[in-house]
Design a protein around this ligand. Structure first.
Ligand code: F0G
Length: 375
């Protein structure tokens, strides 16, 4: 029996760990794949690059069950959908939401329809939607068109939208902030993350605020409570930066297909998070994103997808560029900085296509191999 209990504990997802912070009753069914509890990795090379005695940590959400942070929100949204007797889920997606929704729907035994912008989904994510058995519709349009259609389909009987316009998604995603506070013993000074539909920056800010409020009102409940709030710094891709430019972008374009979004659903909430936390919204170019993605893989052993690399590119920009909205040149020595890696690099192998194609095989002869390795 003991072994079984230990096993159960190991697989505990965010609902079991944070039930008291979530809209759950004892009778809510739990659909979980053991999401959350992801590593917060101290990055020595990144810290060195920022300098000033700062410590940079990566919250690696790429190791969630379907390879992105979406699983935190999906476990809550799908469990609540079941509580309401839903028989089908629907979402629009740039790829990760659809992968996650399809997996949790399969686990719940209900169907899942995903509306995707045709030709704009990284192959690793599209493969997931097929594998988990979603009903897939590709539209000749962008993510914003797909989300408009999902909204028009609307909430009908037995049918639940699981995009981040569903508050249960945000509730689940805020648990990432809880985990960070618990590991660091307090909130960091800065939190950097990519911004697309703007649900995640909204969720993190909600999570940090909630732990902060609890610490003030019920310190005895929390030995690892938070006595401060971080500045939230969001990064959009330069070709898909509606919040930065303060206008809808009709034809968003970026190599970071996950954040190719021109009219984010949680635009207002993201603005509130940035203003209340005295943070910033900034942009990074596709070139900077690709460089940051490679840099992180080669210096820290963390392979993230291009959208996630926007946060790392943003960190470099804060450190190096005069144009940065937030300059780390003036931050206090010893600041703690957290960057969220939102999705795994394997999701988007197309990004490395050129390098893979350049690999020409040689004869299976040691001398040939030696020559190529320069030995
Ligand atoms: N990073 C990744 C890997 C994402 O998949 C997304 C969003 C974001 C960052 C941005 O997060 O939308 O909360 O601001 N992906 C959504 C999707 C839009 O459909 O998978 P956000």
């Amino acid at each position: 029996m003991q072994a079984t209990n230990a096993k159960l504990k190991q697989g505990r997802g965010v609902i079991e760990r944070y039930r008291e912070y979530l809209p759950f009753s004892d009778s809510t069914p739990i659909i979980s794949l053991g999401e959350g509890n992801t590593p917060l990795i101290h990055c020595a090379q990144l810290s060195k690059r920022v300098g000033r005695g700062c410590d940079v940590f990566v919250k690696n959400e790429g190791v969630n069950p379907t390879g992105s942070f979406k699983d935190r929100g999906m476990t809550v949204a799908v469990s609540k959908a079941l509580e309401r007797n839903a028989s089908a889920l629907v979402c629009a997606s740039t790829g990760n939401t659809s992968a996650s929704a399809a997996a949790y729907a399969a686990r719940a035994g209900i169907s899942c329809a995903v509306i995707l912008p045709a030709g704009k989904i990284a192959s690793g994510k599209l493969v997931q939607a097929f594998a988990y058995g979603a009903k897939i519709v590709a539209v000749n349009g962008n993510f914003d068109d797909a989300l408009r259609i999902v909204r028009e389909l609307g909430e009908r009987d037995g049918f639940v939208i699981v995009n981040s316009i569903n508050p249960d998604r945000i509730a689940g995603q805020k648990t990432a902030a809880f985990e960070i506070v618990e590991v660091l013993g307090n909130a960091p000074d800065f939190h950097l993350l990519p911004v697309g539909n703007a649900g995640n920056i909204t969720a993190y800010w909600a999570g940090y605020q909630e732990y902060y409020a609890r610490q003030r009102t019920r310190p005895e409940r929390q030995s690892n409570g938070s006595t401060r709030l971080p500045a939230m710094i969001g990064f959009q891709a330069a070709g898909a930066a509606p919040i930065f430019h303060n206008r809808i972008i009709e034809n968003p374009e970026t190599v970071a297909s996950a954040i190719r979004i021109g009219n984010p659903a949680s635009w207002k909430q993201a603005r509130v998070a940035i203003e209340e936390s005295r943070g910033a919204i900034d942009i990074v170019s596709d070139g900077e994103i690709v460089v940051a993605q490679t840099w992180l893989a080669r210096h820290e052993g963390i392979f993230d997808e291009p959208a996630s690399a926007a946060a790392i590119a943003g960190l470099f920009k804060c450190r190096d560029s005069k144009d940065a909205r937030y300059s780390f040149k003036e931050i206090p020595e010893g600041s703690r900085i957290v960057c969220t890696v939102t999705g795994h690099g394997l999701k988007d192998p197309d990004a490395m296509q050129e390098q893979m194609e350049a690999l020409i095989p040689v004869a299976p002869v040691t001398s040939e191999v030696r020559r190529l390795l320069g030995l």
